[in-house]
Design a protein around this ligand. Structure first.
Ligand code: NAG
Length: 269
């Protein structure tokens, strides 16, 4: 008798709590998986109310960050890097920036044609990788956790200041190979594409401008450049596709997911 009365009370409380609880917000969901880890700014568009019309994610001043191509062997302290240093590269890149998926994608030959969002998400990438389009923070989090099979992962992104195009490399940190990149697609609707980029190495490059402004640039170097746009590579660096590794910066609306090797992880070995 006592037991059933208690269980009825428990059931009542449970129903009451369920009705009373508000749904977990996207930010709460992030915090429940990675407590005390702030949501990277790169993903903040995923917190915008659903269904609103948003501007395109890539602003004009960011195009120079995206369209700068350079060699992997140029990543060393003291090296000068000028963003958007090729006028002709800019001319080639700009026509493809709206409304296709992004500027860096225009270095791949097969991505030159314009596509709708649904067509883009349904079609294979130039390099035959699997695309995973997500339109919520929760589905991105679930996707990357299932990809790595652990929550011991972290997102790394760039912090570029505005109006700076001359930099000197201060430090180069290797982040890892074949990172999972999640980048906002260049459509008004907020959708991110998360894909593992094969034959790549990611770096975090610390940069300093002549006035002391610092930037941290997430950088991806492609070791397999066979599918790249010949005209664009030749204009920028005077090399042919499939010859040397080519690197580019990752803009403010993208991040690389990599394993988070913490201290206790190292101690356990
Ligand atoms: C990485 O792991 C360490 C140790 O578990 C943790 O303190 C840190 O917050 C994690 N970093 C991120 C960005 O999740």
């Amino acid at each position: 008798m006592e037991f059933s009365r208690l269980s009825i009370l428990a059931l009542f409380c449970l129903v009451f709590v369920r009705i009373g609880a508000s749904p977990l917000s996207a930010e709460d969901y992030w915090q429940s998986v990675w407590p005390n880890t702030p949501l990277p700014k790169a993903f903040s568009d995923l917190l915008l109310p659903y269904g609103r019309t948003h501007s395109l994610p890539i602003r004009a001043e960011e195009i120079n960050q995206y369209s700068t191509l350079f060699f992997e062997h140029d990543l060393y302290p003291g090296k000068k890097i000028t963003l958007g240093n090729s006028q002709s590269l800019g001319k080639i890149v700009r026509p493809f920036t709206k409304p296709t998926q992004g500027v860096t994608d225009s270095i791949w030959l097969t991505n030159k044609k314009r596509q709708s969002l649904d067509d883009f998400c349904a079609s294979p990438t130039a390099t035959g990788e699997h695309k995973h389009c997500v339109s919520s923070l929760e589905s991105m989090v679930d996707h990357v956790i299932s990809h790595f099979g652990t929550t011991k992962i972290k997102a790394i992104s760039s912090t570029f200041g505005q109006n700076q195009d001359q930099y000197v490399v201060e430090e180069v940190k290797r982040v890892g190979d074949n990172a999972v990149m999640c980048h906002r697609l260049n459509f008004e609707k907020v959708v991110f594409n998360c894909h593992q980029v094969q034959a790549t190495t990611a770096y975090v490059v610390s940069l300093v401008a002549p006035d002391g402004t610092k930037a941290k640039a997430l950088t991806v170097c492609h070791h397999d450049t066979r599918g790249m746009n010949h005209e664009l590579l030749y204009e920028a660096l005077k090399v042919d596709p499939g010859t040397v590794p080519i690197c580019h910066f990752i803009g403010n609306k993208a991040a690389a997911w990599v394993p988070n090797f913490s201290d206790d992880h190292l101690c356990a070995i």
